[in-house]
Design a protein. Structure first.
Length: 331
């Protein structure tokens, strides 16, 4: 979102770049890449194509019905999709690919934190050919059972096809489940099924057994069981990004792809670490939410480090801005 924190975070990214993730570009798919398209200035969602290996769908945080297909080998746009059959979007924030091969777009943002009594989800088949084209999309009206709220994360379960939304709040948000099947003729009521931290995006693993949620200074992977979060989550050790806005899995589930907003923004591949994530812990004792935890993994330590560094950089940015303003006033 366009807040002071995010603006300073973006500025901080100029001086703090993620280390240890650099990979060769323009060779293999699903690697680090830079979005080269000058039209993509606020990439707010990310989804791996199922029909076209190595292609990632994204969109701006804006009111234009445009979806961009980016080739992870080159960072170049290979398809621009213009949604038709829907109204003017208000605040598109998320994108996902469902088990039916359809692309789902979440027009679910609300900068005024609950000023709109409904939001929208758009849906259209993933095109078979990569080219600039118009696509016929369905529009679904969405309301929350417990009242309007702001959200930036939309996830579609790869087995059931059920749509989930995670609301965004500084004090923590909620995880909401949609109806078993969305209806384009009536209102789709999403009901709260769990509590989540401050979330800017999320995605299900290809097998549907895990859910990753990320925010500006954290990213955690949760077990998924019976339509709900199955544990308290484990840090994935995400690198610090100026305005961390998006996350998805590679189609084989072996890695995460993490993106941010800004001109020529960077998408970073992060290998998924299996250690300590299985339901059965060493020694035969199951992992239980709320139970005493074993010493943190390097990934968890990485999240702590990213949070600490992030806060230090943001604090430094505040000091610089404040100092400049004082000098200007004195002049």
């Amino acid at each position: 979102m366009r807040s002071a924190l995010c603006a300073l975070g973006a500025a901080a990214a100029l001086v703090l770049l993620p280390a240890g993730h650099a990979r060769a570009e323009g060779q293999e798919p699903d690697r680090d890449f830079t979005i080269e398209d000058s039209r993509v200035t606020e990439s707010s969602g990310l989804a791996a194509s199922r029909a076209h290996p190595g292609i990632y769908w994204t969109h701006n945080d804006q009111d234009a019905p445009l979806i961009y297909g980016i080739d992870s080998r080159t960072g170049k746009t290979v398809a621009t999709l213009t949604m038709q059959g829907v109204g003017t979007p208000r605040d598109m924030e998320a994108i996902a690919v469902g088990p039916d091969g359809d692309i789902y777009v979440g027009d679910i943002g609300d900068n005024l934190d609950g000023s709109w009594d409904h939001v929208w989800v758009y849906r259209f088949p993933e095109p078979k050919v990569l080219k600039d084209q118009k696509v016929a999309a369905k529009q679904y009206v969405v309301k929350y059972a417990d009242g309007a709220r702001n959200a930036e994360a939309l996830m579609v379960h790869p087995k059931t096809g059920r749509v989930y939304i995670a609301s965004k709040n500084e004090d923590g948000g909620g995880l909401y489940a949609g109806p078993e099947r969305l209806s384009s003729s009536g209102t789709n009521v999403f009901r709260r099924v769990g509590e989540v931290p401050w979330v800017t995006d999320g995605a299900f693993s290809p097998d549907g057994d895990r859910l990753v949620l990320r925010g500006y200074l954290m990213a955690r992977e949760y077990a998924w069981k019976d339509g709900r979060l199955g544990d308290e989550g484990t840090s994935i050790g995400a690198p610090f990004q100026g305005q961390a806005e998006s996350v998805t899995y590679t189609t084989d589930g072996s890695a995460f792809m993490l993106g941010s907003e800004g001109q020529k923004s960077r998408v970073v591949r992060l290998e998924r670490q299996d250690a300590g994530r299985s339901p059965e812990k060493p020694g035969g004792s199951p992992a239980t939410p709320g139970a005493p935890q074993a010493p943190q993994s390097p990934a968890a330590d990485g999240e702590k480090g990213n949070v600490t560094v992030g806060f230090l950089v943001l604090a430094g940015a505040f000091v610089v801005v404040f100092g400049i303003k004082r000098l200007l006033r004195r002049g």
